[in-house]
Design a binder for this molecule. Structure first.
Ligand SMILES: [Zn+2]
Length: 124
């Protein structure tokens, strides 16, 4: 498995895309790296999978992704949160994107989500 084109790469200074106590929009929207089809990922999915995403996307891909996105040795995301990743397939051209976000629980059950990566997965 290798990584192809990226739409978004990690940043230490990016502001959160989602604040669970005030954001109205439940989905992060982006466009397919290949065909520009509009795609979306639910913030709650990234939050809910924060301690299960490695099993969900597969340990091998998770290990490669952590190296690719340079998730820190203490397993923190660039925004200081916990990394969470999910796969999003394009409904039009069928390529798969790896979506990476940092999830911060800023106070009890209040979550900030910062999108840190969108990259095409190439299966060989
Ligand atoms: Zn596409």
């Amino acid at each position: 498995m290798t990584f192809g084109r990226s739409k978004l790469l990690p940043s230490y200074t990016r502001k959160p895309n989602f604040k669970s106590h005030e954001s109205k929009k439940r989905y992060f929207e982006f466009r397919c790296v290949n065909c520009d089809e509009p795609l979306a990922v639910e913030y709650n999915l990234l939050i809910n999978q924060v301690f299960g995403w490695e099993q969900h996307i597969g340990e091998a891909l998770a290990a490669e992704a952590k190296e690719f996105y340079r998730v820190g040795i203490v397993r923190k995301s660039q925004d200081g949160g916990w990394p969470s990743m999910t796969k999003v397939q394009c409904s039009n051209c069928k390529i798969t994107h790896l979506v990476y976000a940092g999830v911060n629980e800023v106070s009890n059950s209040v979550y900030f989500v910062t999108l840190q990566g969108i990259t095409e997965i190439i299966t060989s």
